[in-house]
Ligand binder design. Structure first.
Ligand code: ZN
Length: 134
C-alpha cells in the first residue's frame, strides 16, 4: 500500500481526461531537456507539471513529517531546486511551462484546462518564436 502516490494521481488523471475531452492530445512524461513533465505537447513545445502538494511543498497543504524530519526537509529542498532548474532549462529552450498544484486541479479542473489550452492554442497561432511564457 502506498500512502502518497507520485504518478497518476487523481487530479492528474482528471486533467488528462478533461484535456482529451476537448481534443488536446499530449504525450505522457516524455523526456525533454533532462526532465520529464507530466504532460508534453511536443509540436507546440508546451510542458505541463502537476505538482503534488506533498512532494513539492504546496504552501497551503504541505506539513513536514515528524519522523525522519531531516530526510524530508532535504528531499523537499532537492525537489524544489530541481523544479526551478527544470523550468529554467525548458524556458531557455523556448518551451512554455505550465505548473499547477494538484490541489488547484482538484479544486477547479476547468481553470487548469483553460491555462493549458491557452498555452497550446497560442503556440499554434503564433508559432514557437512567440512569447515563451504564459
Ligand atoms: Zn496544495
Amino acid at each position: 500500500m502506498q500512502a502518497v502516490k507520485q504518478f497518476d494521481t487523481t487530479p492528474e488523471v482528471e486533467l488528462r481526461k478533461a484535456l482529451w475531452a476537448i481534443g488536446l492530445r499530449y504525450s505522457l512524461r516524455r523526456r525533454v531537456h533532462e526532465t520529464r513533465p507530466d504532460l508534453v505537447f511536443p509540436r507546440e513545445m508546451v510542458a505541463v507539471f502537476v505538482d503534488g502538494c506533498f512532494w513539492h511543498g504546496c504552501p497551503a497543504h504541505y506539513s513536514a513529517p515528524v519522523r525522519n524530519a531531516k530526510f524530508w526537509r532535504d528531499k523537499l529542498r532537492y525537489n524544489r531546486s530541481k523544479d526551478r532548474r527544470d523550468v529554467r532549462r525548458l524556458r531557455a529552450a523556448n518551451w512554455v511551462v505550465v505548473r499547477v498544484w494538484e490541489c488547484a486541479v482538484r479544486c477547479d479542473v476547468a481553470q487548469t484546462v483553460d491555462m493549458v489550452q491557452l498555452a497550446v492554442r497560442a503556440r499554434r497561432r503564433i508559432g514557437k518564436r512567440g512569447a515563451a511564457s504564459v
